[in-house]
Structure formats: structure tokens, C-alpha cells
Design a protein around this ligand. Structure first.
Ligand code: HOZ
Length: 431
């Protein structure tokens, strides 16, 4: 048995002073049971915990670590910037450089505003949509998670669904009523929402590939259809690419599926592991944001030079020839390993993957929306999670999350993963 004794001791101490011992609920292992693993360091495809266990990391900080942990170029860029001071509360030259790179990848983002997290980006995007249209209602898809902003904590996925708290206390009912939910991958339901609330809906916000009910891809034509419905009703389409941006393709889901949003939100990879979010849109729309326009949004650490440097370096590494082909191959190999392992063990498993993001749902599938995702056997997932952890593989501690692969994974790592999956599926089968 691998020991996590020091993690357990540290978590006991942390629980006394941090809520649930953590600073973000999914980390508390409520979705799988047991005690969270306390990490000490990361390098390449691996994390090392405080007990010295070496763990192949399939979480990747929930997406940002696409080039692996502590990549020497990213580390060097951050150290170099640190020597120049860590925050100015004034413009720095890296902000426009990163914004230009973001615009090259996401043509819908003619102008960009950097913030410090994905949550901030989606909150600001909603304000922009409401301010620009003069309408109050927002539509979101059940099971999508766009951070913890009040308007977005309605039938949210990720930790909210994992903990079974679909509507959070503290969100005023008046505000929650302004968020309408529809099932993901359901165009007629979106049409009905627009019919019921004529001329009152400011925007439809959606993850173009969902990562927060486990991974659920858009069905053929879904993204183009929702854009057309929004256009027809004078509403804005907000594509939340916090997870998918620079992940499912350099230009995110918009490049991969050939769609263009009215407003885009980004996070995770653009900060290269440091806290960054961004939102952007066409010039006319962004011209309504202060100081060019009246819609207010601000931030002391926005455009932080360390974060800009980490983001720029990470994006440069992603532009290396063959990077996305490698991520695709890595994803396909991992998927094959999991499917083979499940088949041999006689376990129902539906692996859904887009590039280097995937979820192995413990059910037959397909998983098209939140209702489908909730049919997964979460008890089996918990057994699998702990069996994998014992074999040195760190998965996201909830069935309703996605796994993220990195460029740092070698063939030997993929073999380790496949072997661990085969043994762990056998453990699941034994019950
Ligand atoms: N919201 C993230 C999962 N979709 C979890 C963030 C964290 O716990 O670090």
C-alpha cells in the first residue's frame, strides 16, 4: 500500500483553518472519498506529494499545464520578470504582446481585457452582454460551469454538481431567476427559451466543449445552430473557452469547429500556470467597456507581468510544429488504453475525448448532457480513482470533471498509464 501519511497529517491541520482544508471544493475529494493528496512539487508530466510519491498527473492544474510542470522556458521567463518587480498597477509591455497573440488565435477577440481568473472573465462577459443589449436575462446550459459568479451558479457543473448543490444559497432568488437553463446539445430547448422570453435575453453562455460535467462534445452542427438562434433573437453568444482555449486547438473550439462567438472568455492556458483570465469581442462591443465606454470592470493584478510572461512563453511552446498532433496522439493512446482495460475487465465505460481532454464515464454512454452524465456509476469511479492513485496516477477527483494531458508525456508514461488502468479496472470488476 502506498502511504499518504504526511498528506493526511497536513490535511488534518489544514481543516482546522481552511474551509474543508482546501481553497477550492473539488480538491476536497468529496467525489471519491478519502483524504486529498498534498502536493510538494511538479516537473514535466509528474507531481510529487509530501510523502515523496511520484504521481503521473492527469489534472494538469485543471488545464493550464499543457506543456508540463515547471517547463524550463516558462520558469526562466517568470524568474527573469520577477527580477524586474512583480506588479506595477500600471501598463507593462507584455500585455499588448499577449493580447495580439490571443487575437491571432481567436479572431472574434478583436479587443481583449485581461483579468485574473476565468470566473472574473465570465462575470465581466455577462455584464458586457447585459450592458450592450440592455437586456437582463442570461441563458446557460445545465451542467456547464463558468466559475462562481452569482448569475452563473444556477444548475452549474463541476464542484457544484459533485457536491450536489445545484443552486447555491447566497445567490439572491431575484438574480437566479434571471438565469434560464436549457440542456446542452439541445437546440429546440434554446429556441423555446427565446420564444418564452422574447427580446429579454442578453446572451447564451456555454462551454463549446463541456469539461465540467465530465467531457461532453458538441453534437454535429450544435455550435453553428446556437449562433444562428442567438443572431435571430438579437442576443449574444458567449463561448466560454476557459478550458478549451489553446487546448482543443490553438484557436480553441472556435478553430476546431469553425464557429465565431460574439464574446469569448479565456483562462487557464493563457496564464501558463499563473492566474490569468481574459474576455474579448469585436471592437464595437469592447468599446463599451471602461475606459472607452461606460461598462465598468477593473483589477489591480490584471495584466500582471509575471502572468503575461508565463502565458506568452507557454503559447510560444504550443506554436512549435507538431504540438497539437502530439497532443492528439497522446489522447488517442490514453483513450485506447482505458477502453481496452475496461473491455478486458467487463466494465461499462464510455471514454469521451476531444484532443487532449477526456473523461472516462462509468456507463455505456453516449453522454450528451448533464442528465446523461449523472447516470454514471460514481461509486465505481471512486474505486477506480483510488486504485489508480495507488498505482501512481493522479486523476481529477470527480466523475464530473475532465482529465487534461500534456506535451510532457512520454511513451513510457503512456505505458505506465495503460498498465495502471488495466489493473485498476480489474479492481473495479472485483467490486
Ligand atoms: N473548477 C475546477 C474544476 N472544473 C476546479 C478548480 C480547482 O479546484 O483548482
Amino acid at each position: 500500500m502506498v502511504s499518504f501519511r504526511k498528506s493526511e497529517e497536513l490535511m488534518e491541520r489544514a481543516r482546522d483553518v481552511l474551509v474543508g482544508g482546501v481553497n477550492s471544493p473539488v480538491r476536497a475529494f468529496k467525489g471519491v472519498g478519502g483524504t486529498p493528496v498534498v502536493m510538494a512539487r511538479g516537473e514535466g508530466a509528474y507531481l510529487w506529494d509530501v510523502d515523496g510519491n511520484k504521481l503521473l498527473d492527469l489534472v494538469g492544474s485543471w488545464g493550464p499545464m499543457i506543456v508540463g510542470h515547471a517547463h524550463p522556458d516558462v520558469v526562466a521567463a517568470v524568474i527573469e520578470r520577477t527580477r524586474l518587480g512583480t506588479s506595477y498597477g500600471a501598463p507593462n509591455a507584455l500585455e499588448a504582446e499577449l493580447a495580439e497573440e490571443v487575437r491571432r488565435a481567436f479572431p472574434a477577440m478583436e479587443k481583449v481585457r485581461f483579468v485574473s481568473s476565468g470566473t472574473e472573465a465570465t462575470m465581466a462577459a455577462l455584464r458586457l452582454a447585459r450592458g450592450a443589449t440592455g437586456r437582463s436575462l442570461i441563458v446557460k446550459a445545465a451542467g456547464c460551469y463558468h466559475g462562481h459568479g452569482d448569475s452563473l451558479l444556477v444548475k452549474a457543473g463541476s464542484g457544484v454538481a459533485t457536491l450536489g448543490l445545484p443552486d447555491s444559497p447566497g445567490v439572491p432568488a431575484e438574480l437566479a431567476r434571471m438565469t434560464i437553463t436549457v440542456p446542452y446539445n439541445d437546440v429546440p430547448a434554446l429556441e423555446r427559451a427565446f420564444e418564452q422570453h422574447k427580446d429579454a435575453i442578453a446572451a447564451f453562455i456555454v462551454e463549446p466543449v463541456v469539461g465540467n460535467m465530465g467531457l461532453v462534445p458538441p453534437q454535429d452542427g450544435y455550435l453553428k445552430a446556437i449562433k444562428e438562434v442567438c443572431n435571430r433573437h438579437g442576443a449574444l453568444l458567449i463561448l466560454d473557452e476557459v478550458m478549451t482555449g489553446f487546448r482543443v486547438a490553438y484557436g480553441g473550439a472556435q478553430e476546431r469547429y469553425g464557429v465565431r462567438a460574439d464574446i469569448v472568455t479565456l483562462g487557464k492556458i493563457i496564464g501558463g500556470g499563473l492566474p490569468v483570465g481574459a474576455y474579448g469581442a469585436g471592437k464595437a462591443l469592447m468599446g463599451k467597456v471602461a475606459p472607452e465606454g461606460p461598462i465598468y470592470q477593473a483589477g489591480t493584478l490584471s495584466g500582471n507581468p509575471l502572468a503575461m510572461a508565463a502565458g506568452l512563453t507557454t503559447l510560444k511552446l504550443l506554436r512549435a510544429p507538431g504540438a497539437y498532433q502530439k497532443l492528439e496522439r497522446t489522447g488517442a493512446t490514453v483513450q485506447q488504453g482505458l477502453e481496452d482495460a475496461a473491455r478486458k475487465a467487463g466494465i461499462d465505460l464510455c471514454v469521451q475525448r476531444v484532443g487532449s481532454m477526456f473523461t472516462a464515464f462509468f456507463q455505456q454512454g453516449p453522454v450528451r448532457n448533464e442528465d446523461d452524465a449523472l447516470k454514471s456509476d460514481r461509486k465505481r469511479f471512486g474505486v477506480f480513482f483510488h486504485a489508480m492513485l495507488q498505482r501512481g496516477v493522479y486523476l481529477a477527483p470527480s466523475q464530473l470533471e475532465a482529465a487534461f494531458l500534456s506535451l510532457a508525456m512520454s511513451d513510457a508514461d503512456l505505458k505506465l498509464l495503460a498498465d495502471a488502468a488495466a489493473e485498476s479496472m480489474a479492481v473495479v470488476a472485483r467490486g
